[in-house]
Design a protein around this ligand. Structure first.
Ligand code: NDP
Length: 239
């Protein structure tokens, strides 16, 4: 059994990698450029006695992703689990937003979904088994000022995942979304956290392990009949 996790070098993705390794999966860690972080995460996978492969590749680079994943499937067959997690923020009010801030967030957050899933879905369907989990955000559900670009990517990811879930259900594959609230990672480190925490009913940020645990459950045998769902991990920020 093996899992592909995009953006698996750091933050939420790294926690997902470690949890899935603990669950018994060999792992392919995709990331963009932070080799040190990817190696550190890979070391933990090995400590769990699982095999690990590093796949440094920008998920917005369609040609590179297709080449890498086609070669992966030829070598190892279709993955059992695919976690589409890579994403970025480039926050700013729409009235002041630059084209690049719009394009980059959409190209990685939503374009990355297509680029990653497209080469893998055929082989996964042929094998008639598999779990897909996409990493959205509560912003994709409720919107957030300063994040029109990010909300568009994350909302699009939810719609795409639900549609995919309907396409693949007959072959017993599931596709679900995890929508974290504010989680303690590099992405949120520079935000005004004291102010933001006041809006979270639980009064604290979530941990990466708490998000990984939701992904793990969606990939477990117990979740076989759960598909097209959005699982919020947000301390009650959006109910
Ligand atoms: P981090 O910034 O901590 O980590 C981002 C990860 O994505 C890294 O592994 C990074 O690789 C990788 N990555 C970034 N761009 C690309 C790319 N173009 N191609 C391949 N990999 C890429 O983010 P988080 O862990 O906080 O977030 C992970 C996901 O969860 C994102 O989709 C984010 O939108 C979502 N999320 C996060 C929340 C939070 O509060 N943190 C809340 C809601 C959703 P490298 O190390 O090489 O740079």
């Amino acid at each position: 059994m093996y899992a592909v996790v995009t953006g698996g070098s750091r933050g939420i993705g790294a926690a997902v990698v470690k949890q899935l390794a603990q669950d018994g999966y060999d792992i392919v860690i995709n990331y963009r450029g932070n080799h040190t972080a990817a190696e550190e995460t890979a070391a933990v996978v090995r400590e769990h006695g699982r095999e690990v492969e590093l796949l440094a590749c920008d998920v917005s680079d369609r040609i590179a992703v297709k080449e890498a994943l086609t070669a992966l499937v030829e070598r190892r067959g279709a993955p059992d689990v695919l976690v589409v997690n890579a994403g970025i923020t480039k926050d700013g009010l729409l009235a002041l937003m630059g084209d690049e801030e719009w394009d980059d967030v959409l190209a990685i957050g939503l374009g990355g979904f297509y680029n990653i899933v497209r080469p893998l879905i055929g082989p996964m369907l042929q094998r008639r088994t598999g779990r897909i989990v996409t990493m959205s955000s509560v912003t994709g559900l409720m919107g957030n000022p300063g994040q029109v670009n990010y909300a568009a990517a994350k909302g699009g990811l939810i719609a795409a995942t639900k549609s995919l879930a309907k396409e693949i259900a007959k072959r017993t594959l599931t596709a679900n979304v995890v929508a974290p609230g504010l989680i303690d990672t590099d992405m949120t480190r520079d935000l005004p956290l004291d102010h933001l925490k006041a809006a979270i009913p639980m009064g604290r940020l979530g941990t990466v392990e708490e998000v990984a645990s939701a992904v793990s459950w969606l990939c477990s045998p117990g979740a076989a009949y759960v598909t097209g769902q959005v699982l919020n991990v947000g301390g009650g920020i959006y109910m």
